[in-house]
Design a protein around this ligand. Sequence first.
Ligand SMILES: [Zn+2]
Length: 274
Amino acid sequence: MTWSIKILRAGTMRLDGGGMFGVVPKTMWERLSKPDEHNRILLQTNCLLLEQGGTKVLVETGCGSKWSKKEREIYAIEDRTVVDALHEENIDPSEISHVVVSHLHFDHAGGLTTLNKDCPVPTFPNAAVHVQAQEWADANQNRAVMTRTYLPTHLEPIVSQVKTHTEASTILEGLTVASAPGHTWGQQAIHITAPNGQVVFPADVVPTIHHAPPAFVMAYDIEPYTAMQTKINVLTQAAEQGWTIALGHEPGPVLVKAESDPERPERRRLVPCQ
Ligand SMILES: [Zn+2]
């Protein structure tokens, strides 16, 4: 049994380019991703809709819609959500039975809740929400290098829906999660068996097509060195096994393959799927 995969673009945002590339000098990253006048680079919040039989699963939820005008300006958050993307596929959020989130930062978990009048309520009322136990604990304790990324309005309304996982586990046949630490201690990668082979969604281990080199990790990472090791492992496995990689924040091509760089064989580069 395999899952059909549809890429849902849940809205663009912009984050500081230095934040997104960590220790990489601006003279290097600005050639790859051009910053705007506020030094911000364009990012997408990519989600995946998985379908098998009548079962509909959502991977990631994007930023959602609960943002003030000022917050939208700071991050250039587009007025578009994963619900808009689902409606374009004629799917109502109530039809989603499982939501898998890589971690609970605002740009991944914000879409879990929606304002009803001024009260945050679950966006996917009939879904189990799958997250690592470590991530759920850290989010509720606000253990992050950013002070306003684990927000109670994203978390408290969904408490009864949460299903926590430890390390690797199977959610449904052909859909598994595995610990991918570094960006957060409790981040998980999502592995999907699709008609054309295995697909991995490594989330903020490899946010864009320009983040393949090991040292290109974010300043937001809780453990940058661990993030590098996780990335090397994921890209090595992807290259050796022929997995397709689905990129979480890439505004361009979302599905890529990891290939050896002929000039530096120990490194991988990401090449868009045809
Ligand atoms: Zn992110």
